[in-house]
Structures are given as structure tokens and as C-alpha cells.
Design a protein around this ligand. Structure first.
Ligand code: AMP
Length: 165
């Protein structure tokens, strides 16, 4: 929805990895067992993927990164890459959702890695590796937090408000 509202591509590292798994590429084969376990795929695979994707022609007027960065080294890599590209990020958006709401939504979604034990592990990995990014971006005055415990339409409206400034 946000991609439609902004008219820029939605770049989801999870979608790219799932497509690589489905096609059986080298990347897909190396990534699959991390994804099935709810662990992060190693940075050496993800960073090349992002560098390639942000080098493509359709991102010259903007992009939405979804699911990246997931840890501090990825965030530092992204800052440097965007500096080199001369294309700074306007916002970093934290969608704040209670754990039990997340578990309920994902069990309904039913993706291959949406079994309860894997979801709980993803939340644990989030606490350890991704949550520190809130402070990382807050201290750089880039963070916007949105209450994600709401309907899709309400969250969409909150996002529209943020981007229209
Ligand atoms: P997602 O579609 O964002 O929920 O991601 C699904 C899975 O892909 C995650 O559980 C990770 O195994 C992997 N993944 C996606 N994005 C990243 C990333 N930025 N860094 C490491 N692993 C990732």
C-alpha cells in the first residue's frame, strides 16, 4: 500500500530470498535453512543482494526497504551505500506491534516459516539483533514510530500522514 501511495518500488529482502529459494539459485540454497529456522541469513549474502537491487534503474526516484536492515552492521552498510549513491533515506519507520498480536497475525497468514516455534524464534532474534536499531536511528533523528496494533487502513493513514509531513 505504501509503495502504491508513494509510487516507488517495494523492496522486501524476504520476498527476494523466497524467490531465490523457489528458483533454487545458489543464494536460495544457502539461505533456506536460516529462513526455515527463523534465523537471520548471513550478512555476506544480504549485503550483495541489497547493493545489486539498489543499483537497478527503477530505484532512482525512491524505494521502500522492507525487512532490511535487520542488525547494526546492515544499518551501517546501508548508511554508507546511500551516501555513495547520494540518495539519503527520508524516514525509518518502526511499526510497533505487541508480540501476541504478531503471533496471531502470522499464524493466520500461514507462510512456510509461520509455525509458532519459528515465529517465537524470529521474535527472539528481533529482540537481540534488530531492536537495537531503534536506538541507532533515534539517535540519528531518523526514527518514526507508528502504532501497528491497528487495522491496515488506520496504519496506512498514519503512514500517509508521516510521508506527507
Ligand atoms: P521476512 O519476509 O522479512 O519476514 O523475512 C523472512 C526471512 O528471510 C527471515 O526470517 C530471515 O531468515 C530472512 N531475511 C529477510 N530479510 C533479512 C535480512 N535483512 N537479514 C537477514 N535475513 C533476512
Amino acid at each position: 500500500m505504501l509503495s502504491e501511495d508513494c509510487g516507488v518500488p517495494h523492496i522486501s529482502t524476504g520476498d527476494i530470498l523466497r524467490a531465490a529459494v523457489a528458483e533454487g539459485t545458489d543464494l536460495g540454497q544457502r539461505a533456506q535453512h536460516y529462513m526455515d529456522a527463523g534465523e537471520l541469513v548471513p550478512d555476506e549474502l544480504i549485503l550483495d543482494l541489497i547493493r545489486d537491487r539498489l543499483g537497478q534503474a527503477d530505484v532512482t526516484s525512491g524505494w521502500i526497504l522492507d525487512g532490511f536492515p535487520r542488525n547494526v552492521p546492515q544499518a551501517e552498510f546501508l548508511s554508507q551505500l546511500l551516501k555513495d549513491m547520494g540518495q539519503p533515506a527520508d524516514f525509518v519507520i518502526n511499526l510497533d506491534v505487541a508480540d501476541e498480536v504478531i503471533v496471531g497475525r502470522l499464524l493466520n497468514r500461514g507462510r512456510q516459516d509461520d509455525q509458532e516455534a519459528v515465529i517465537r524464534n524470529r521474535l527472539e532474534v528481533y529482540r537481540q539483533q534488530t531492536e537495537p536499531l531503534i536506538e541507532f536511528y533515534r539517535s540519528r533523528q531518523q526514527l518514526v514510530s507508528i502504532d501497528g496494533n491497528q487495522t491496515m487502513e488506520t496504519v496506512r493513514a498514519s503512514l500517509q500522514q508521516v510521508i506527507s509531513g
